[in-house]
Every structure is written in structure tokens, then in C-alpha cells.
Design a protein around this ligand. Structure first.
Ligand SMILES: *Cc1c(COP(=O)(O)O)cnc(C)c1O
Length: 362
């Protein structure tokens, strides 16, 4: 007898999210470069803020996230009333789909786009529409050409994951200008802090009514384990999202740590500089041993190999050496491996191991 209990349409089409691996059988001293985490973790003031929360664990958190929203407003020079905080930026992505996408609606993202866009679209009953990139770079014209009367959201990570590439201000503006009137452009700025002088789409949001940004504390702030992200956009859209947000979605400890993190701008600047330095060193080191990458603006690089077989064999070798990187066949990049930029010793260790794999070192 088949069960009459059935989930909503679309849900069984969701392939479970596969996270970066975190351990290797039988290996100690494992180097995890598979999830784009900050190798330094959060700063000391953030750890202290988190520790202090232990004294108020019996109290419910505040529901309006006022402290964190105001800190974000001060640091990024934006209106705190138009900030919404979520359980990672994943939750903001989810709210956007839940609120604006239903059966028959389309959501656009690019062929190597972040996995959550598809998951949240299907969860809301919508139809994913995947658009080609041009040599692993977002193609604004292809996105505009794919828009229809049914397009509700265009998701674009800029810089993109897993390619590490990004498009410039003029292209972003052209995209926001060209999408249909019923469509929201969501600029996912998970890696925005790694790009010197990039406003993550802020000016575009202030000038228009159809652009939203999502941001996270999981990457440069080193708080992936805490699950805090935020969104910023037009008042009307943020108001809609707040109606479906659980009132207690963020814990007291998470709010306190994130507030301390966003205010510690010196730490962020240091992490940005360290990352840029070792990212360039890593890309150069790999290029010298015959492994090219695109110019990355984020905290990872996408290493290209001659074939899927070679990429997988290199991953196997790295794993045997206790180094975890990310296979990205699921992102339609079977001949590539995504490697997070670690600290100096991590970068040296991985270049050495890839050279070994190439037979250039013992
Ligand atoms: C890591 C990442 C996020 C962040 O997700 P959180 O839920 O905030 O941890 C969002 N978008 C992209 C493209 C990412 O790579």
C-alpha cells in the first residue's frame, strides 16, 4: 500500500546539500580547506562576547536584533531599519524564496551558482532556471535573455562560489536595470569583505527598489559554526521577510558575537590583507606547477586540471596526505578542485602536495 502522506511538490526533487568534508579516516593533523572558513577563526573580542552570553542562557534572545542591526548600520553606513538578520545568509535566501516564489514561478541563477539557490527555490515550489556563464564568469546578457514574465528572483553571488570570479559595478547596475519589473535581484555578498573597496551592491540598493543583498558572518568573520547572516534591501521587501522570520531565530550568544565581530573592523582588514597575500602566493605556486586558476577575489581558488580523472586523482592524493579540498563536479566543474586559502603553512603544504601529485617533488 502506498502512503497518502506526501510532501509538497518540488521537495523530493531536492538533492541533499553536501558540505565540505571535515575528517580523513585514520589521519591526524588534517588540514581542512574545503569550506572557505577563515583559518584564524574569530577575533578575541568576539570570543569574549560569546563567553559572556553564558550568564544569560536562561533568557530568551531579543526578537528585533536591534543591537546587531545598529552595529551593521554604523559600520556599513546603512539604514538599520532595513537590515534583517538570519540563521546564516542561507536563511535570508530561504525567506526570499518562501515569500516571493511559488508554483509556476522561476528563479534564475548561473550554472556554477551556489547550491542553496536551487534548494530554496524547489522548497518553495518554484522552478530553477540555470543560465550559462562565460568561461566561469557571470554573463549578464545571458541572465537578461533568460528572464521571463515568471521570473521572481535572480540570485547572483558576487564574488561567485565556487569560481571566485566577480563582475563589476557597471555590469551589476545593467543587470538591476534590465530585469523585469516583478523580479528581485539578490546580490549574495558572502565574500564581499574580501574585496577591497567593494560596496557589495549597496549603492545600487539605495538607488533602486528591486535589489537585495545577503551577507554572512561565516566567512571573513570566522563564525561559520555560529550561523549568523543578514540581508539589506528596500523597506517593503525587508518588511515582508520579517513577517515570516521566526522571532527567536538567532540566539543571544550568536547576536552578541556577531555584533562584536562587525565592530572589529581592524581584524577584518587584517584578515582581508592576509588572505589576499596568501591567495596570490597560492595561485602563483599552483600556476608554476601547471595548475591554472581564474583570478579569485574571494578566500578560495578554483584549481583547474586537465580532466575529471586528474582532478579526482589529485583529490585522492591530497586526502591521503590529510588535506581536504572541495570536489565541485556538483557545480558542473568536474575537472576542478576548490581550495580555501589557509594560513601560510597551509598554503605551503598544499602547493607541496599538489607538486608531489604532479611528480615534481618527493
Ligand atoms: C558560504 C556562502 C554563503 C554563506 O552561507 P551562511 O548560511 O551564511 O553560512 C552564502 N552564499 C555563498 C555563495 C556562500 O559561498
Amino acid at each position: 500500500m502506498t502512503s497518502k502522506i506526501k510532501p509538497q511538490k518540488g521537495i523530493m526533487d531536492i538533492a541533499l546539500y553536501v558540505g565540505g568534508a571535515s575528517h580523513v579516516e585514520g589521519a591526524s593533523n588534517v588540514l581542512k580547506l574545503s569550506s572557505n572558513e577563515n583559518p584564524m577563526g574569530p577575533s578575541d573580542v568576539v570570543k569574549e562576547a560569546f563567553s559572556r552570553a553564558v550568564h544569560s542562557l536562561h533568557r530568551y534572545p531579543n526578537t528585533d536584533h536591534s543591537g546587531l542591526r545598529h552595529a551593521i548600520g554604523e559600520v556599513w553606513q546603512l539604514d538599520p531599519d532595513r537590515v534583517i538578520c538570519g540563521v546564516g545568509s542561507d536563511e535570508i535566501i530561504h525567506f526570499l524564496c518562501q515569500a516571493y516564489v511559488g508554483a509556476g514561478d522561476e528563479v534564475i541563477f548561473t550554472e556554477h551558482g551556489f547550491a542553496m539557490y536551487r534548494i530554496s527555490t524547489l522548497a518553495a515550489g518554484g522552478t530553477p532556471a540555470e543560465v550559462k556563464e562565460r568561461e566561469r564568469v557571470t554573463d549578464v546578457d545571458a541572465i537578461l535573455a533568460a528572464c521571463t514574465k515568471k521570473t521572481k528572483i535572480v540570485f547572483l553571488a558576487n564574488p561567485n562560489n565556487p569560481t571566485g570570479t566577480m563582475i563589476g559595478q557597471a555590469d551589476l547596475a545593467r543587470l538591476a536595470e534590465g530585469i523585469p519589473p516583478q523580479t528581485i535581484l539578490v546580490i549574495d555578498g558572502a565574500y564581499a569583505e574580501y574585496v577591497e573597496g567593494y560596496d557589495a551592491g549597496l549603492k545600487l540598493i539605495e538607488a533602486r527598489s528591486n535589489v537585495v543583498m545577503t551577507r554572512t558572518f561565516s566567512k571573513i568573520y570566522g563564525l561559520g559554526g555560529l550561523r549568523v547572516g543578514w540581508g539589506y534591501g528596500p523597506r517593503e521587501i525587508i518588511d515582508v521577510l520579517n513577517r515570516i522570520r521566526g522571532p527567536f531565530n538567532l540566539s543571544t550568544a550568536a547576536l552578541a558575537a556577531a555584533e562584536a565581530a562587525v565592530r572589529d573592523t581592524a581584524y577584518v582588514a587584517k584578515c582581508r590583507a592576509d588572505n589576499a597575500r596568501w591567495r596570490d602566493w597560492l595561485a602563483t605556486g599552483l600556476a608554476e606547477i601547471g595548475v591554472p586558476t581564474d583570478t579569485s577575489t574571494a578566500n578560495f581558488i578554483l584549481a583547474r586540471f586537465g580532466s575529471e580523472e586528474e582532478a579526482n586523482a589529485c583529490d585522492d592524493h591530497l586526502r591521503a596526505e590529510g588535506i581536504l579540498v572541495r570536489r565541485v563536479a556538483g557545480y558542473k566543474l568536474p575537472n576542478c578542485l576548490r581550495i580555501t586559502v589557509g594560513d601560510e603553512s597551509a598554503c605551503r603544504r598544499i602547493v607541496h602536495a599538489v607538486a608531489q601529485f604532479k611528480g615534481l617533488r618527493t
